[in-house]
Every structure is written in C-alpha cells, then in structure tokens.
Design a protein around this ligand. Structure first.
Ligand code: GDP
Ligand code: IMO
Ligand code: MG
Length: 429
C-alpha cells in the first residue's frame, strides 16, 4: 500500500480537512509534515458535528488512525495542549497522536517577534496569522531552534533558551520597544507544558517507514497551499515552509519512491487570506457573494477571505510543481445560481498572453486575467451523488477545469458533509 499526499493547489482553505476525513477509514496513518497552528482544517462528521483542526492532523477524528506531527512541523506546545483538551472535551479519542522528537517548538519569543515585525512592516505586512511560524522556521534554518528532543534534556533546553534570548531580548527591547522575556520563566513554562505529552514524543520517521514496510497506508496532509509555499508560492507573501508535495518527504522522513498518489485539493473558485497578489480577485458584489455563499471566513484567525474566479494558470502550475495525479474539486455547490461562470485561462502581462505562471514577481503583479465564460446552472447540486446527476452546465464546467488543469478531477465536493461528495475515479488502489 502506498503513501498518498494531500495538498492544497491554491492559497489554502481548499477543503483539505474534508479530503483527509473522506479517506480516513482506509488509512492507518495521517501525518502533518509542515506548518503549525497557522492552519485551520474543517471536518464535518456524518452526525453533523463540526471540528476545526489546527496543528493536529485531521485523521484524529477517524478512530483507529495513528496521527503524526512530523519533524517538519513547528509546534507551539501550549497550542497543542489546548487543541488536545478541546478534542478530548468533545469525546475524541486522542490516544493515537505522536509528535516527532525533531519537530521544532514555537517559543513565546517567536510569537512576540511575528507580531511586532508585522506591525513594523505597516502596509508592506505579509498578513501572517501571528502564530510565530516564520520566526520559528528562521531559527530552525539558523540552527538555533529548540526541538522536542532538546526539551527532554533540561540542561540543553536552558542553554538554548538563554542563548536565543540573549539576542532576541535585545531585538525586542531595543528595536521594537517591547518587554524582555525571562529565560527561566520560558524554560519552566515549556517544561511544564511538554511534560503533559512527553509520552507522545517519538522517532516518527522510523515508525512511518516501518508502517510502509508492513504495507500500511500513510496519508501526508499538507497545510496551506501551493501558492503559499516559500519556494514555489507568491514570495514574499507566503508561509515559511514547503506545503508542496516535495515537502512531504523532508517533513516526515520517508523517501519519494513511497508516494504513489498526489491528491490536489482545488476550490471551484479561488480564495486567499492575508496580503499578496491575486489576479482573479473580485472587489465587487460578486466577490461578496462568493464570500457569503461559500462561508469564506478564516477558520483560524476569523479574517474574511479574499475571493475570486477560478484561475487555471495556477491549477496548471500546481499540477506541475506537485506532480498531482488526481484532483478533488470542492465547493462546486457554491457556484449554483450564476448566469455565467468565468474561468481565467491565461494572463495578459504587459500586452502579451501568458499561459503559464510568469517567471518574475513583477510580471505576476501585473498579470491581468484572460477570461473564458461558461454557461452557469441554477439547480441546487448539494444533493447530487453521481456526476450524471449534475446539471449539464455544471458537468461542462468541471470537464473544462479538468482540461485546463492537466490532471483528472477524481472527486467533487457539493457541500461540507462527508457524504456530499461525488467520486468519479477511486483514488486509493
Ligand atoms: P482547509 O484548510 O483546506 O482544510 O479548508 P478550510 O476548512 O479552511 O475551509 C474549507 C471550508 O469549506 C470548510 O468550511 C469546509 O467545511 C467547507 N467545504 C469543504 N468542501 C466543501 C464543499 O464541497 N462545499 C461546500 N459548500 N463547503 C465545503
Ligand atoms: P490552511 O491549512 C490560508 C497565510 C497567512 C499569510 C501567510 C503567512 O487552513 O489552508 P504565516 O502565519 O503562515 O506566517 O502567514 O500565509 N496562511 C494561510 N492562509 N490558509 C492557511 O492554512 C494559512 N496558513 C497561513 O494568512 O498570508
Ligand atoms: Mg483552512
């Protein structure tokens, strides 16, 4: 049995949580490989209960799945405890959650620095979630980060926190006019928090490889989306890790040969949270309509999501950089009731037509969408369970997106519920 990667093909919030949940019963393992509590993945169970996972893999809601927070994730221990307790209070069995000994900790100074740098940037801000994600990854790459295994050795933890705060306190106080943090307090709080889930800290890369050897199915769940990837996204308006499928190996410790399915999650239109270019963005009533009908409000920060038409240039790009084998097209139901549905098929950049993502940020900022209009449909599609039941115009819209995106659309979402799904091709062998 294979490893399968689930990734967002746009700017996040495509419906990754629903996709993971849908495959849940056929999985043994679900792994988060990057990001942190900047994510917000919604899962609606068959009994109507709604959950929003942040740091913990969405597989936690499927009994019998072992969930792994991989080495590539950055973990705020306080946020992890809060999420664990929240799930436990609602009766979710959280026994099957493991955390990699190599995952880095988001420390209080990372959160403080994230917030002050954003404020300092003013209009040029990234619009981060303010969870300390970027500063934590900075320390990881600078080789001054704190990993879970460091917390298991108090002496090492103290040395690392003291060394980090030596410089960070100077920055907080002298540059940003904030209060200094007390190293002892940071160490004591961290120890007290991590102690509460120390038994979950594991050599997860060994366990995952052993599971794959035994033939068990592993799903690697990306957070964020392709266009928020630090290498392949709309830099600098990105998150500080690699949600794209290549990141799944680095962030979990399995080899690329293990991955046989890359499932891209694609919304039938486009949304984005935070700053940065967005060629098909709508600033009119239509944008408002998509936001309202689609319920486009951030799960994590409660910010309104920016909305726009489907962008096939981005979908083609996502297919290419992730090696997407199948798409799950979500939220088709949201487009019911429109006379015509525009699709961005290419860009016009300084008078030239571009079929592919422009090479430079400047060109992407100048990209004007070239639209093709498809006839709309007025029927409510949320009750459809087969492709044939969809109105002919909705079928034509899906087929056109498939043609433009370069990978088959195997599953369709017609509502948030697990059963509000149309399967055209089986994804797992
Ligand atoms: P994620 O971050 O990619 O997991 O996505 P979010 O949970 O942030 O946002 C997706 C939203 O769309 C959630 O509220 C889901 O319940 C909802 N959703 C997912 N699929 C569908 C669908 O096919 N139709 C509708 N109407 N809502 C959906
Ligand atoms: P899911 O997993 C949408 C965006 C932020 C900001 C940028 C950088 O639910 O799809 P960060 O705090 O990561 O440094 O912020 O990335 N962002 C997301 N947008 N969905 C997410 O997660 C996001 N996680 C981060 O809004 O623009
Ligand atoms: Mg989300």
């Amino acid at each position: 049995m294979p490893a399968i990667v689930v990734i967002g093909a746009q700017w996040g919030d495509e419906g990754k949580g629903k996709a993971t949940d849908l495959l849940g019963e056929r999985l043994k393992w679900v792994v988060r490989y990057q990001g942190g509590n900047n994510a917000g993945h919604t899962v609606v169970l068959p009994d109507g209960q709604q959950f929003a996972t942040k740091l913990i893999p969405s597989g936690i809601l499927t009994p019998g799945v072992t969930n792994v927070i991989g080495n590539g994730v950055v973990v705020n221990p306080g946020a992890l405890l809060e999420e664990l307790h929240g799930l436990q209070e609602r009766g979710v069995d959280t026994a099957g959650l493991l955390v990699s000994a190599d995952a880095h900790l988001i420390m209080p100074y990372h959160v403080a620095i994230d917030k002050v740098t954003e404020r300092y940037l003013g209009k040029a801000k990234i619009g981060t979630t303010g969870r300390g994600i970027g500063p934590c990854y900075q320390d990881k790459v600078a080789r001054v980060g704190v990993r879970f295994q460091d917390v298991l050795d108090e002496k090492i933890l103290r040395q690392k926190v003291e060394a980090a705060l030596d410089i960070k306190n100077q920055i907080l106080v002298k540059v940003y006019n904030r209060k200094a943090l007390d190293p002892d307090e940071v160490v004591d709080t961290t120890l007290a928090q991590v102690e509460q889930f120390a038994d979950r800290i594991s050599d997860t890369r060994l366990l995952l490889n052993q599971a794959l050897e035994r033939g068990e199915t592993v799903l690697l769940e990306g957070s964020q989306g392709t266009m928020l990837d630090v290498d392949h996204g709309t830099y600098p308006f990105v998150t500080s890790s690699n949600p794209t499928s290549g990141g799944a190996c680095a962030g979990s410790g399995i080899g690329p040969g293990r991955i046989s399915v890359v499932l891209g999650i694609l919304k039938a239109y486009t949304t984005r949270v935070g700053s940065g270019p967005f060629p098909t963005e709508l600033h009119d009533e239509m944008g408002e309509r998509l936001r309202k009908v689609g319920g486009e409000v951030g799960v994590n920060t409660g910010r309104d999501r920016r909305t726009g038409w489907f962008d096939a240039v981005i979908a083609r790009y996502a297919t290419r950089v992730n090696g997407i084998t199948d798409y799950f097209l979500t939220k088709l139901d949201v487009l019911s009731g429109l006379d015509r549905v525009p699709i961005c098929v290419a860009y016009e950049v300084d008078g030239f037509r571009a079929e592919d993502m422009p090479m430079t940020q400047t060109d992407f900022h100048h990209a004007m969408p070239v639209y093709e209009e498809m006839p709309g449909w007025f029927e409510d599609v949320s009750g459809c369970r087969t492709f044939a039941e969809l109105p002919a115009n909705a079928q034509a819209y899906v087929r056109r997106l498939e043609e433009l995106s370069g990978a088959r659309i195997s599953v369709l979402g017609v509502g948030p519920g697990r059963d509000q799904t149309i399967v055209r091709h089986e994804i797992l062998p």
